[in-house]
Design a protein around this ligand. Structure first.
Ligand SMILES: Cc1cc2nc3c(=O)[nH]c(=O)nc-3n(C[C@H](O)[C@H](O)[C@H](O)COP(=O)(O)O)c2cc1C
Length: 170
């Protein structure tokens, strides 16, 4: 099991504020970053029939090799990005057709990073993450929000967040 955290970066563009923030934040902290844009994931289907291009399993395999998952998303319309929501909807497969895999998420730690234009994260933004973590018996630890203009700056709150990731990744 890898002790470094897995960062699932979920912007809709490659050169992104979310990516820049993750890069700045993890400058000295080893982490594995996965850009969701590189992993085409089909929308959830009740019949479980997915295209051969679908790479949901690859993302889940990667998730299973880390103890700590950090979801990094821009705020789009007061919520997580569409790319990340598609991944979250697909987690349904892990409690239906792939239950044995879903159980393997138990005990892992989850962190949330969000980047948006507004001064504050919208109320309730964290809720799907907290509740999804609870559903899979994962432990939701904390959220770090950064305004778009500040993605290349470091501050005390960020250092605390990083310390918490390091402590939880041992
Ligand atoms: C589709 C879309 C919706 C957005 N909705 C919000 C929003 O609800 N709240 C907010 O603070 N910023 C919003 N923004 C601004 C982005 O969160 C902000 O520009 C962010 O830094 C973009 O990060 P990215 O480069 O990783 O996409 C929105 C941007 C886009 C493109």
């Amino acid at each position: 099991m890898a002790t470094n955290p897995l960062i699932i970066s979920a912007s809709a563009r490659r050169e992104s504020d979310t990516g820049a923030f993750v890069q700045t934040l993890f400058r000295e902290t080893p982490a594995y970053t996965l850009q969701l844009l590189d992993y085409p994931i089909d929308h959830y289907r009740y019949d479980g029939n997915y295209s051969k291009e679908d790479q949901f399993n690859e993302v889940v395999d990667r998730l299973l090799t880390h103890d700590t998952a950090v979801f990094a998303t821009p705020v789009y319309w007061y919520a997580m990005s569409g790319h990340l929501k598609v991944l979250f909807d697909r987690l349904t497969d892990l409690v239906t057709i792939k239950k044995q895999i879903g159980r393997k998420l138990a005990g892992k730690r989850m962190f949330l990073i969000a980047v948006g234009a507004d001064e504050e994260l919208p109320a309730g933004f964290e809720e799907p993450f907290r509740r999804t973590a609870a559903y899979f018996d994962m432990k939701f630890i904390s959220t770090l929000y950064c305004q778009s203009y500040h993605v290349r700056k470091r501050n005390h709150e960020q250092e605390m967040f990083l310390s918490s990731i390091r402590e939880n990744s041992i």
